[in-house]
Write a protein that binds this ligand. Structure first.
Ligand code: 6PG
Length: 239
């Protein structure tokens, strides 16, 4: 099922996603489970995290949520380039999560031999916690159609034998990254694409077209059954 939600502008999109995010976590907890969420970096996602922090989220026990990442820039742990930096400062530190449930991707100044070894370690962690299935995966979309750090034409798009992979030649800096693979991202109850701005309109149209290739538009490789596209009008303008 693909659900399209359209908002006149980015502000409307941000507040709708923030409210839905809190509601989804509360819903999973009401079922007696610990929600498992894979977060994304990106401008619009960072705005959403700030909006969540500003909401009344007392319906959620934030210490009982597992946070993972769909991708991360392989830089030092304290680098402002990291995807986990904004969400950590603007949401996780504010609402008071359990640090043991925050599963950040490895950083370049940790003890792993290289980005590939770091990715393998993260894949092992995902696999060994809750069977590697998520309740919710959040994904930004690049103007080139990338999701997580799965970039057009790159070999990671064809890998279904690993949970996480290293990337050494990302076209978007920094070049070294860790990304979950399609099978890992698709092992989720739901995936939400968070997309704002006219610069994404072509990529959105290609991602949602009846036909097209995953190598041209990696977002097409996200085949989890329950997909919601959260779009503002500029991003939806070519649909
Ligand atoms: C990264 C981001 C990236 C992002 C999209 C959308 O590591 O560079 O995680 O994958 O999600 O490029 O980003 P914007 O919302 O900033 O356009």
């Amino acid at each position: 099922m693909t659900d399209l939600k359209r908002y006149p502008d980015a502000a409307g999109l941000v507040s709708a996603v923030a409210e839905a995010f809190v509601a989804r976590l509360a819903e999973v907890q009401a079922e007696g489970r610990v929600p498992s969420v894979a977060l994304t970096g990106g401008t619009i996602a960072d705005e959403i995290y700030r909006a969540v922090a500003a909401l009344d989220s007392s319906a959620v026990d934030w210490t009982q949520v597992d946070f993972w990442w769909g991708d991360e820039r392989y830089v030092a742990a304290d680098s402002s380039d990291r995807n986990d930096r904004g969400v950590g400062r603007d949401l996780l530190d504010v609402v008071g999560v359990d640090a043991l449930r925050v599963h950040a991707m490895p950083a370049a100044d940790e003890s792993h031999a290289d980005v590939h070894a770091a990715a393998a370690a993260y894949g092992e962690a995902v696999r060994s916690t809750g069977g590697g299935a998520f309740d919710l995966v959040l994904l930004g979309l690049g103007p080139d159609g990338h999701v997580a750090s799965l970039f057009p034409g790159h070999p990671q798009l064809d890998r279904d034998d690993e949970v996480a992979l290293g990337v050494t030649d990302s076209p978007k800096p920094p070049p070294e990254r860790i990304t979950l693979t399609f099978p890992a991202l698709n092992r989720t109850r739901a995936v939400w694409f968070l997309v704002s701005g006219e610069g994404k309109a072509d990529a959105v149209a290609r991602a949602l077209a009846d036909e097209g290739s995953v190598h041209e538009t990696p977002a097409r490789g996200i085949t989890a059954t329950d997909r919601t596209w959260w779009l503002d009008e500029p991003a939806a303008s070519k649909l």
